[in-house]
Each structure stands twice: as structure tokens, then as C-alpha cells.
Design a protein around this ligand. Structure first.
Ligand code: NIG
Ligand code: FE
Length: 424
């Protein structure tokens, strides 16, 4: 067989080889490290993974690209399994409010926060949303992200805006090298006109929006912001169950700020993932482990909310919950696309080991998007999504924090990003 791309002499080839399912407990430490590794790809697939030289049956052709991996670390493409990618405007004015002590929920309650972005997103044209999100996708790609989840949720009861967001995500998935997986999340805040009657908004979501989104295949997942002052546990359950009836897989923003029992509910109905979980209870964590619900943790959000409270990742791993890490990129609680910073925060603050961290942003993130058979590890037959880090080992990427370590990003077998040192 002839290879199109060969990366050889890789100091640290981190394969994540193992079962195509979320990794738990000590499995999260087992990153399938190969020293002096070599990887070959053909078309969009990985055709060889090993050590030293290629076997004879893998040949070069005239245009085969050969990359030297000396001094480099290679990982699977990173999976950002929780973002609010498509939105209008920005909310830098909230910084001063937060510095004066206003909390995220106070700003939301006062009609700011998500409601502010809803106004901007309604106002923005398809093209404006597309160009803004494309810019973010470019940044994400440059940080090594090859697959991203994108939630709607800045239209709320304005269904056209919800659809506009999902259509933008769909078009970007077609046009941009990064794969975009769509999640429907109209249940992101209670629109002011439904403040005293949230059930009427839920009826709209359940009876009109969900059937339409499912029929038009605009999203694969369904998500709800289950939080004090937003959707209650019972309301969240109803919306997620309604989505399941139409084939939308349930995810949930759970126990982000107040311990409402979102983790328990996620386990009870079998969510694919529960996300945030900063205030998740011991019982909720145990139930998630038993039911196999992935915990998607978002430490950059905790950092930016200035609460000093982070999800109990160590406890979750000890109890057997599969942990994924994501940026939560959005204009309010987490305006960053830098997943490498998230990786450092997860390690430095949440005390995950570098091995657990890389598992959380590859195979476990892939599993949170139901893509574990396609991506998330470097194995023959999987999609050739690869990141070459200009770093001698994994620890170095986490330790030298806040900067971008990528040298090249390969998406579906093609070089999609390359670092240039254009210092003039
Ligand atoms: O995941 N918590 C709710 N949703 C987002 C924030 C969205 C926003 O503030 O615009 C989150 O943090
Ligand atoms: Fe979120």
C-alpha cells in the first residue's frame, strides 16, 4: 500500500490505543506511548502506527509527504466537546461587573449575560455569524482542535435565530477542516416574556422546535441549562426526554453553580454527558459512574467566573466516571478557544495528571460526541486527525502553560495548520 503522509522519528507518539469507549479510572493513565514512533496515512485514514521504520508493504509514492518528528510529541486531534461556537457580539463589559462582585447568575437575572448575546445573535446576519464563528474555528484548529461541538441557544423562543445558528454550524462543518457537531439548546435561558410561565416556553420547545430540528437533522444532541433561576430538574428532564423521543441524544448543563441534583438526573435518564458539575454531589457522581454518563469538565469557565470553585475531577475519576475536558468557548462565562490552557488548568488546579488530561481531550471527548469509533486515538482505520506538538514530551505541553505548542495539525490526512515563525 502507498502512504500519502508519513510522520517518522516521533519522540513521543501518544496513541491512546485501546477500546473504543470512554476510558475510566486507571485506563485514563494508559496513553499508549510509543518512543521513536512512526505513523502513515492514506487518504483520510491512518494506515500504520508503530515504532522505528515502516514495514515493507507500506511504500512511498512521488508525492508522499514526509515529516520529521524529532523533538516532537504527536497526539490524536483534540476534541472540544462543549462550546457555544456560533453567536453574535461579545461581553467584555461583564468583566468590570464581575470585578465589582456581580455573579454570573445576578448578571443573567438582571437581563444581561445570555440575554445580551441573544439580542446580538438575533441581530446578526447569517454571514456575520458565519465569519465570526469561522474565525474562532481557525483559532481552535491552530490550537490542535480537529472536532468541535457547537450548541445553539442564543435565539431561545426566536426559533429562526436558533435555526440560523444551527445552519451556520452545518455550513461550517461542510466548509471548514474542523468537524462541527451540532447540539440544540434553545433551553439556555428563560426568555423575559415567559418569566412567569416557563411551561409555555417548554411547550414551544417540545411541541414545535424539537420535532423540526430532528426532522431537518439540524442537531444530533439536545442540551438544557439546568440551574437555579433557569430550568428546574423536572423541566430539564421533560425537555431531554422529549428530545430522546425524536432521536436527539441528551446532554445537560448540570450543577454548574447550585447543587440542584443535575448529575443524579443525568444518570437517571441516561444522558451521554453531564457538563460543568462544579457543585455535583457525591451521590450524583456515584450514579454517573454506575450509569456511564461522561463528565465534561470546563475549568476555564471556573477560572473566568472568578468563584474559585472547580469541579471535583479527582473524586470523579476515583469513582469511575469518565472525564472529558472542553473549552466551553462562549462570549460570557468562557471567552477562550485555547484548549491547551484548559489542559493546563485541569492539571494545575484540578490535579489531573497529564495522561488523564490528554485522555480527556481525545478519546473521552470523542465518546462524549459518540465519535469514539472514528476519532480520539491513533489507530489503523481511524480518521487521520493528528497534532504535532513542538514539545519534547506530554508533560512539557501542560507545564509550559498559556501558549500554543502546535507545530502542525493534520485533519483527515491533510496538513490543515502549520506554525510559521514570521517574526520580522
Ligand atoms: O456553559 N451556563 C450556561 N451556558 C454557558 C454560558 C453561556 C453564556 O454565558 O453566554 C456555559 O457556561
Ligand atoms: Fe456551556
Amino acid at each position: 500500500m502507498k502512504a500519502d503522509l508519513i510522520i517518522k522519528n516521533i519522540d513521543n507518539l501518544i496513541t491512546l490505543k485501546g477500546p473504543n469507549r470512554p476510558r475510566v479510572k486507571e485506563e485514563m493513565e494508559d496513553i499508549g506511548l510509543i518512543k521513536n514512533g512512526i505513523v502513515a496515512t492514506r487518504g483520510d485514514r491512518i494506515v500504520y502506527v508503530g515504532k522505528g521504520e515502516l514495514p515493507e508493504d507500506i511504500e512511498r509514492h512521488e508525492e508522499t509527504i514526509i515529516i520529521d518528528g524529532k523533538g516532537k510529541t504527536l497526539t490524536p486531534g483534540l476534541v472540544d466537546s462543549h462550546t457555544h461556537l456560533v453567536h453574535g457580539g461579545s461581553r467584555e463589559h461583564e468583566l468590570a461587573m464581575k470585578l465589582k462582585g456581580a455573579t454570573y447568575l445576578e448578571i443573567l437575572e438582571a437581563g444581561g449575560g445570555i440575554h445580551n448575546t441573544v439580542k446580538e445573535t438575533r441581530r446578526a446576519s447569517f454571514n456575520e455569524l458565519y465569519e465570526k464563528a469561522k474565525k474562532s474555528l481557525d483559532i481552535m484548529l491552530s490550537f490542535g482542535i480537529t472536532t468541535v461541538e457547537a450548541k445553539s441557544g442564543y435565539g431561545l423562543d426566536d426559533f429562526d435565530t436558533e435555526i440560523k445558528q444551527m445552519e451556520v454550524a452545518k455550513k461550517l462543518n461542510e466548509d471548514h477542516p474542523v468537524d462541527v457537531v451540532s447540539t440544540f439548546m434553545a433551553a439556555h435561558a428563560i426568555p423575559p416574556k415567559y418569566k412567569d410561565n416557563p411551561r409555555a416556553f417548554m411547550d414551544l420547545i417540545i411541541d414545535e422546535m424539537i420535532p423540526y430540528v430532528a426532522k431537518k437533522r439540524l442537531a444530533q444532541f439536545n442540551d438544557v441549562f439546568c440551574e437555579k433561576g433557569v430550568f428546574t430538574i423536572d423541566e430539564t428532564r421533560d425537555i431531554l426526554l422529549a428530545g430522546m423521543e425524536h432521536g436527539l441524544l441528551p446532554k445537560v448543563h448540570a450543577d454548574e453553580i447550585e447543587p440542584l441534583g443535575g448529575a443524579e438526573m443525568a444518570a437517571e435518564i441516561g444522558c451521554i454527558s453531564a457538563e460543568h458539575l462544579v457543585a455535583a454531589s457525591d451521590r450524583g457522581i456515584r450514579m454517573m459512574a454506575e450509569r456511564g454518563v461522561i463528565a465534561t469538565l470546563l475549568p476555564a469557565t471556573s477560572f473566568n467566573l472568578q468563584t474559585g470553585k472547580f469541579a471535583r475531577a479527582r473524586r470523579m475519576i476515583e469513582e469511575g466516571v469518565a472525564v472529558a475536558l472542553a473549552t466551553d468557548y462562549n462570549p460570557g462565562s468562557c471567552p477562550t478557544e485555547n484548549i491547551q490552557l484548559v489542559m493546563s488548568l485541569a492539571s494545575i488546579i484540578m490535579k489531573l495528571t497529564p495522561e488523564e488530561v490528554i485522555t480527556a481531550v481525545t478519546i473521552n471527548g470523542a465518546a462524549a460526541l459518540k465519535l469514539e469509533d472514528e476519532i480520539g486515538s491513533i489507530e489503523v482505520g481511524k480518521k487521520a486527525d493528528l497534532v504535532i506538538f513542538d514539545a519534547p514530551n506530554l508533560d512539557y505541553i501542560i507545564y509550559h502553560f498559556g501558549i500554543n505548542h502546535t507545530d502542525k495539525v493534520i485533519k483527515a490526512g491533510k496538513i490543515a495548520f502549520e506554525k510559521h515563525n514570521n517574526i520580522l
